[in-house]
Design a protein around this ligand. Sequence first.
Ligand code: ZN
Length: 115
Amino acid sequence: MIKIQKLGCACEKPTSSYTEFRTSELGTDQTPGIHAEVSIQQCKLCQRIWICYAVNPEENAPAVRWYKGIVSKKNRPQITSENALAYLESVEWYVYGGEAFENTTAFGAGKISFG
Ligand SMILES: [Zn+2]
């Protein structure tokens, strides 16, 4: 398991007022039945890099749930839109939220299911 330290930074409990990050698109997870957009976010406050996996059960609809986890600079080049989900499931903790969770965020770990 990949250990990740919590720093208490705003990126760990993102609210709508948290905008201190830059985003770059990584791509779409092409796994059949999953419509997920994968992006990289770098927090401007702590400089850590997050893999952000945003899912909607329907194609071309806005994400209703998202999961994001920290990746090191060293491991970042190995992340693709296809292995991002497996990466998130392998880290010590990730943050999840979105409409499906009434726009609250929480820490999670382990298997991610979209049931
Ligand atoms: Zn941060």
